[in-house]
Design a protein around this ligand. Sequence first.
Ligand SMILES: [Zn+2]
Length: 144
Amino acid sequence: MVFLRDFIKNPHLILSKFEKTKELLIEEKPDLLISVYTCLDRIQHFHWGEDYVVEWYKRMDDKIGELIFDTGFLDENNNNKLIIISDHGFCSFGEAKVQTLPEQTPEGKLKGDHHEDAFLVTVNVDYEIDRPQDVFYTIMKGIG
Ligand SMILES: [Zn+2]
């Protein structure tokens, strides 16, 4: 697990995870690959409202682009299925409908908090994803 303090000092730790995922896609061609990135969550908790958040979204967008385009994963003849999902969105600290986090943490003061909206992108997925558990049903249908 990479903690925020390690991540801020060494952002390459996160970016190297993309390289490992890319390597798996190219060399192993797995039937199912689930890759979880928590760095945007950590960044938004501590830097919500700063340009730093946008910088990291751009960085992650570039890396996701490398994963799905540079590997041929989404080539027309593959018909691979892709789900990119967040478990929540973000808002300013104190604006969350349900307050679950303390404002002061050992890592510093929180500026961002969890919002109930989430992010979802699908490609070649014919199962309706309205709830988090629908991702499970989609995967089960796909590998059934
Ligand atoms: Zn969080």
